[in-house]
Design a protein around this ligand. Structure first.
Ligand SMILES: Cc1cc2nc3c(=O)[nH]c(=O)nc-3n(C[C@H](O)[C@H](O)[C@H](O)COP(=O)(O)OP(=O)(O)OC[C@H]3O[C@@H](n4cnc5c(N)ncnc54)[C@H](O)[C@@H]3O)c2cc1C
Length: 388
């Protein structure tokens, strides 16, 4: 067992640190306070090849292994979670699905454009009545000759308002559950697609998440991703990968919270000395540091499983995302407490980090659904088949 990063990975870490310090962190507060889409950050990321981070060089990607990808997400998450999540959706949810299930024509057309940032990907799965129960989605895709006609709507589609490509999951047959769902690559400018209202969010205020409507949208048959009926499996597989990325973002944001809290505890004085000398504060710092290290190991293990194509990733990604999102949230909560009243003020980064992290226990599978998946896996060998 080898816990060390290889030479390439160490070099990447330096590159990610420099990139985030120069191009992402300085814009984080403004991105949040002004609800600015992270377009400048995306442009800078595309120049470094990060928008095609895990795509093969053949498609102008950076061909990073999954540990390096997790390191990239960690550093981006530390600098600005809005930017990190925007890129994770583009690369790990949309790009990975095309890479694994696209035809050669689809890959050649879309992946280089995604690497260059000319096309930003959005993942359109959730609907107003189908969030945790995504297989209950109602958007329909009816085959008519050489095209499909899409009708329905999708909620909270991250990147829809800044992207060009929608990966849309729609029902192509009445087969129950996930079996009747297919995936489509839909250009946002297709007649019959309407990108609606941009959601106002508590945190991640740089994220551009919109409702998207499909009203008789004609999608050419060659825009079907994978086979008919394979869509739900494609979505779950993409979620396995993106949960690794999202967990790494939580790790990075938790590290940022811990660094901010530590610095504040050293600089801020009460009762004649730095509050760092008070045991209550030391306990906050110690518990948080211990949890950060636990998160790091989980993230690297899940990324390693993803790299191996190991089937244990499904449950491990759920475990990792559950723990990382919940640990990160409570670390941010403790570090806000360390800041006292200052922590509640917009001037301090911990206030933003706290709000950003709250979304991580909901997006890409709520903590309750992840616990269900883990319990289902645990009970299965005992002949108990759990239903959500
Ligand atoms: C910031 C953000 C970005 C997002 N981006 C995207 C995106 O790009 N694309 C996309 O498709 N979706 C996106 N989503 C939607 C996200 O995937 C859903 O919010 C999530 O899956 C939960 O669905 P829901 O909100 O409809 O809640 P519901 O499923 O309605 O759940 C409500 C509550 O009930 C609980 N619950 C539901 N079922 C069970 C059960 N069986 N057992 C126990 N508890 C249960 C849930 O845990 C939750 O607490 C985003 C969400 C957020 C917050």
């Amino acid at each position: 067992m080898d816990f060390s990063l290889n030479e390439d990975q160490r070099m990447f870490v330096k590159m990610f640190e420099d990139f985030c310090a120069n191009e992402v962190a300085p814009l984080a507060q403004e991105t949040d306070h002004k609800e600015k889409p992270p377009l400048k950050q995306l442009e800078a990321a595309s120049e470094q090849g990060f928008l095609g981070a895990i795509f093969p060089e053949k498609y102008d990607g950076a061909e990073l292994d999954m540990i390096s990808y997790a390191l990239l997400m960690e550093h981006l998450g530390k600098a600005c979670a809005s930017t990190a999540l925007t890129i994770n959706v583009h690369v790990a949810l949309v790009g990975s699905a095309i890479l694994r299930h696209g035809t050669e024509e689809q890959k050649e057309e879309l992946l280089p454009a995604m690497s260059a940032g000319e096309v930003i990907g959005a993942f359109a799965l959730s609907e107003s009545g189908a969030g945790s129960d995504a297989a209950a989605l109602r958007t329909s895709a009816v085959c008519q000759g050489d095209r499909y006609i899409l009708r329905g709507s999708k909620t909270w589609v991250t990147n829809a308002g800044i992207g060009q490509l929608l990966l849309v999951f729609a029902r192509t047959s009445d087969e129950p559950g996930g079996k009747g769902i297919s995936a489509f690559l839909v250009d946002v400018d297709t007649p019959g697609v309407r990108v609606g209202y941009r959601e106002k969010t508590m945190g991640l205020r740089g994220l551009v998440a919109n409702t998207v409507y499909f009203d008789g949208t004609e999608v050419p048959a060659d825009r079907l991703l994978g086979q008919e009926g394979q869509g739900f499996a494609i979505a779950l597989e993409a979620l396995d990968l993106s949960r690794v990325g999202l967990s790494a973002i939580c790790l990075g944001a938790a590290e940022a919270a811990l660094e901010n809290g530590t610095r504040f505890a050293v600089e801020h004085e009460q009762f004649g000395g730095p509050i760092a000398l008070k045991q209550a504060i030391q306990n906050f710092i110690a518990d948080s540091r211990a949890e950060v290290e636990a998160m790091r190991h989980l993230v690297h293990y899940a990324a390693w499983l993803a790299e191996q194509g190991d089937s244990r990733l499904r449950t491990q990604a759920a475990i990792t995302k559950l723990i990382c999102s919940e640990y990160a949230m409570r670390i941010a909560n403790r570090m806000l407490q360390v800041h006292g009243g200052y922590g509640y003020m917009k001037e301090y980064a911990i206030e933003r980090i706290y709000r950003d992290l709250r979304a991580m226990e909901i997006a890409e599978g709520t903590s309750q659904i992840l616990r269900f998946l883990i319990a289902r896996d645990q009970f299965a060998p005992h002949g108990i088949s759990l239903r959500p």
